[in-house]
Write a protein that binds this ligand. Structure first.
Ligand code: GLN
Length: 492
C-alpha cells in the first residue's frame, strides 16, 4: 500500500485490527517517508528506526493475540522535550546534546503501554522558548506548506512532521501557545489540555505552573484518540489532578453546536497587527459555526493588554529557577578545561545555552531578585489572578470563547523579528496558560499566500471533550483539515 499515510487514526486502528496491513508495514512506510522527505523538512532530531521496528513487531504480536489496545501498532513522534529511556532527549539545546534519560516521561510510558510505536524525537525551540523552532541548536525546521517559512514553535517539529505526513500524530507541549500556534501555522488540530490533565513527569520543565503536554494531529478525532492514551492522574506529578478522565473518542458527538454560546472578545479582534486574512478566515469559520446553530455573543476580556507582559515575567522567572540545574556538574554540556568552579558554571552555561534562553534567564533572575521580587514577580502573580477571573466571568455567560490562535500566518525563516515583536505574536495564546484553561486550534482556511490559518476555541476547566466535540462537528461540515501540503502528497 502506498497511501497508508492518508489514513486517520480510526482507519489505521481498524486496518491493523483486521490485518489489512501490519504495524511493521505501516512503520516501514513511515520510516521510508522520513528518509526521503524529512531532509527537506528537517522535523526529526532523532529517528529511532530499529527500536520502532521492534515495537511494531511487538504490536503485531499483540494484535494477533486479539487483546491489543485500540492504538497498538500506530506510529507517533515525540517532541524532544519528553524524556525517553535510552534515546537522546535534547530539548533543542546544546546543553543536552548528549543527554540520555534513564527513564521515560509518563506520556511516553503511556504511549508505549498502549502499543504506540515511537518513530523518533522531533525538533523544537530550545527548552520550548520561542515561536518559530529556529531557536533549536540543530537549526530550523521548515513549514511543509512553504519550505522557506517556519512551522511555528515551540512544538514546530511535531507540527511539521504531521503536516508532511511523516507521523500520523505527535506529542507537543504548550506553555504559552506551543501546541496551538504551530498547529495553526501548519494547518493542524492541536489541543492544549487543562493544567493538570496530562502528567508533566519527565517533560523537561520550562515554566512549571504553565507547562502542559497535549496531542497534535490532523483532526479532532485523531487528537481524541491520543488524549485517551496520555490524559490522567500521575502520582509522580503532584500537579496532575486525580479526576476521572473522559472517553474523548466516545464523546466526539457529545456536544451539540446547536444552541452553543460562543463568546467573541471585542478586544481580540481589534489587536494591532491582526492580519486581515487571518481575521477574515476566523470570522468565516465563526459564521459556519453560526450556521450550524451556535450563537455568537460579544464579550469583554478587559485584561488583554496585560497578557504579554504578565507571561513574559512569570515564564522567565520560573525558567530561571528550573534551568539552574544545568550547571555542567551532574549532566549536560560541560566546558573544556575549567580553571575553577565559577569558571565551570559560567562557561558551561554561556556555551551550552542559546541567546534566547540566556535572555530569559537574565530577565527571570532579575525579576526574582531581592528588591524587585515584590515589584515584578508578586505584581505579575496578582495580574495573573485578574486574568483568570476575567475568563471565569466570561464563562458565566458563554460556553466557549473564540479567537485566532495567532495574529499572523507563518513567518519566513530568518525573518529576525526582535524579541518583543516575537512576544507580541503570542497575544492570543498566553492567557490560556496563565489561567490554566484548555484550548484547541482548528485549521479554517488559508491566507493569500496559501499559508494555513487557525481558529482557537478556549473552554472552561476540564472541557477537553467539549472542545474536541465542537471541532469534530465543524470538521464533519468542512474540509480544511483534509487539505495536504504539496510535500505531503509526495510518495517516498
Ligand atoms: N512562544 C512562547 C514562548 O516563547 C510560548 C512557548 C511555549 O508554549 N512553550 O515562551
Amino acid at each position: 500500500m502506498t497511501d497508508l499515510h492518508r489514513l486517520s487514526i480510526r482507519e489505521l486502528s481498524e486496518g491493523l485490527k483486521t490485518a489489512q496491513f501490519s504495524s511493521r508495514e505501516l512503520t516501514e512506510h513511515y520510516l521510508k517517508r522520513i528518509a526521503h522527505i524529512d531532509p527537506k523538512v528537517k522535523s526529526y532530531v532523532t529517528v529511532t528506526a530499529e527500536q520502532a521496528l521492534a515495537e511494531a513487531d511487538a504490536a503485531d504480536a499483540a494484535l494477533k493475540s486479539g487483546n491489543a489496545h485500540a492504538l497498538a501498532g500506530i506510529p507517533l513522534a515525540h517532541k524532544d522535550i519528553f524524556c525517553t529511556q535510552g534515546i537522546k532527549t535534547t530539548a533543542g539545546s546544546k546543553m543536552l546534546d548528549n543527554f540520555i534519560s534513564p527513564y521515560d516521561a509518563t506520556v511516553v510510558a503511556k504511549a508505549k503501554a498502549a502499543g504506540l510505536v515511537t518513530l523518533g524525537k522531533v525538533n523544537m525551540d530550545e527548552f520550548a522558548m520561542g515561536s518559530t523552532s529556529e531557536n533549536s541548536y540543530v537549526g530550523a525546521t521548515s513549514n511543509p506548506w512553504a519550505l522557506d517559512h517556519v512551522p511555528g514553535g515551540s512544538s514546530g517539529g511535531s507540527a511539521a512532521a504531521v503536516a508532511a505526513d511523516l507521523a500520523p500524530i505527535a506529542t507537543g507541549t504548550d506553555t504559552g501557545g506551543s501546541i496551538r500556534q504551530p498547529a495553526s501555522f501548519c494547518g493542524l488540530t492541536g489541543l492544549k489540555p487543562t493544567y493538570g490533565r496530562v502528567s508533566r513527569f519527565g517533560m523537561i520543565a520550562y515554566a512549571s505552573s504553565l507547562d502542559q503536554g497535549g496531542p497534535m494531529a490532523r483532526s479532532a478525532e485523531d487528537c481524541a484518540y491520543l488524549m485517551n492514551v496520555i490524559a490522567g492522574h500521575d502520582a509522580k506529578d503532584s500537579t496532575s489532578i486525580n479526576k476521572e478522565v473522559d472517553d474523548y473518542v466516545a464523546n466526539l458527538n457529545g456536544t451539540t453546536v446547536k444552541g452553543l454560546r460562543i463568546g467573541i472578545p471585542k478586544q481580540y479582534f481589534n489587536v494591532a497587527g491582526l492580519d486581515a486574512d487571518v481575521k477574515a478566515r476566523v470570522e468565516e469559520s465563526l459564521k459556519k459555526l453560526e450556521e450550524m446553530g451556535a450563537t455568537l455573543v460579544e464579550i469583554d476580556l478587559n485584561m488583554t493588554e496585560a497578557y504579554v507582559p504578565t507571561y513574559y515575567l512569570i515564564a522567565p522567572a520560573e525558567a530561571s529557577s528550573n534551568l539552574s540545574r544545568f550547571d555542567g556538574v551532574r549532566y549536560g554540556y560541560r566546558c573544556e578545561n575549567p580553571v575553577d568552579l565559577m569558571d565551570l558554571y559560567k562557561r558551561s552555561r554561556s556555551e551550552g545555552f542559546g541567546a534566547e534562553v540566556q535572555r530569559r534567564i537574565l530577565i527571570g533572575t532579575y525579576a526574582l531578585s531581592a528588591g524587585y521580587y515584590d515589584a515584578y514577580y508578586v505584581k505579575a502573580q496578582k495580574v495573573r489572578r485578574l486574568i483568570q477571573q476575567d475568563f471565569l466571568k466570561a464563562f458565566e455567560n458563554v460556553d466557549v470563547i473564540a479567537a485566532p490562535s495567532a495574529p499572523t500566518t507563518a513567518y519566513k525563516i530568518g525573518a529576525n523579528l526582535s524579541p518583543t515583536e516575537m512576544y507580541l505574536g503570542d497575544i492570543y495564546t498566553l492567557a490560556v496558560n496563565l489561567a490554566g484553561l484548555p484550548a484547541i486550534n482548528a485549521p479554517v482556511g488559508f491566507d493569500k499566500d496559501s499559508l494555513p490559518v487557525g481558529l482557537q476555541l478556549i473552554g472552561n476547566y476540564w472541557s477537553e471533550s467539549q472542545l474536541l466535540s465542537i471541532v469534530h462537528q465543524y470538521q464533519q461540515n468542512t474540509d480544511w483539515h483534509t487539505k495536504r501540503a504539496a510535500i505531503a502528497e509526495e510518495n517516498a
